[in-house]
Design a binder for this molecule. Structure first.
Ligand code: GTP
Ligand code: MG
Length: 234
């Protein structure tokens, strides 16, 4: 059975045997049991991540061989779990059906690229997105326009073709690019956010915003120092 001819009901994926409303709340995980259909749905994102991962590895290795230092410090791929896909679907009011999830949740496959300098973030983004098999779907530049809490990163949603045995599917992948300083800040902010969920005390929020400014200042200084030594990267 293909996803197209399924009746697209949650019950069909979970094997639960009866339809469940999309508003189901509580501990129930509609993806539990991982039917063939769900496994296939998830696999495609895993393949998309592998394709993007290969592209990033190639860039990273080739740039390292150019002898000017590798702009990519580290890479962190992640696949959303079925539980977090269903949680996000409920949050955004997306029906728990494969076609709807495919269309509306575009960060099931995600990869974070941590670069040394801010200019590297844009260079690596440009090197990836100019590849002809990559289609850019969305850009959010939280470096040019940081979030109110101080969060900075460049977010791209791209689409990449995955060649299956009988067809080609376009798979969306969220790419987050940031500097090591931005990453350091974001991981601490993430922990604080979770600890105080839903409300971070105001003093802590101010402190976090100030720390984000410090991190941005450090990035600017490091970039200048780097240019002093090497000139702008080519
Ligand atoms: P999600 O539904 O969470 O994916 O958000 P969105 O669709 O509005 O997308 P956005 O591009 O704003 O954020 C996507 C991802 O970026 C999040 O899931 C986080 O991984 C990261 N992110 C965004 N904002 C913040 C933030 O304020 N702090 C931290 N630590 N991470 C953030
Ligand atoms: Mg997300």
């Amino acid at each position: 059975m293909t996803t197209e001819d399924s009746d697209r009901q949650v019950a069909r994926w979970s094997g639960a045997g009866h339809p469940l409303p999309a508003t189901t709340t509580g501990e129930f995980d509609p993806f539990r049991g991982m039917t063939d259909e769900l496994t296939h749905f998830m696999l495609v994102y895993k393949f998309g991540l592998a394709e993007i991962g290969t592209k990033i590895s190639i860039l990273s290795e080739e740039l390292a061989h150019r002898g000017r230092g590798n702009p990519i410090e580290h890479v962190l791929p992640r696949l959303k779990t079925p539980a977090s896909i269903s949680a996000k679907a409920r949050r955004i009011g997306c029906p728990l059906a494969f076609d709807d999830l495919r269309a509306r949740i575009r960060d099931i496959a995600g990869i974070r690229i941590v670069c040394s300098f801010v200019s590297d973030v844009y260079t690596v983004a440009e090197m990836l997105t100019r590849q002809p098999d990559i289609t850019m779907l969305q850009t959010k530049d939280y470096i040019a326009q940081p979030k109110a809490n101080g969060y900075r990163s460049l977010h791209l949603i791209v689409e990449i073709p995955v060649f299956l045995s009988e067809r080609v599917v376009q798979v969306p992948v969220e790419i987050q690019l940031r500097t090591a300083a931005m990453d350091f800040w974001a991981s601490l902010e993430h922990k604080i956010h979770y600890k105080y969920d839903p409300r971070v005390p105001e003093s802590l929020r101010d402190e976090l915003a100030a720390a984000a400014e410090d991190a941005a200042r450090l990035d600017r200084r490091m970039e200048l120092l780097h240019r002093e030594i090497h000139g702008p990267r080519r």
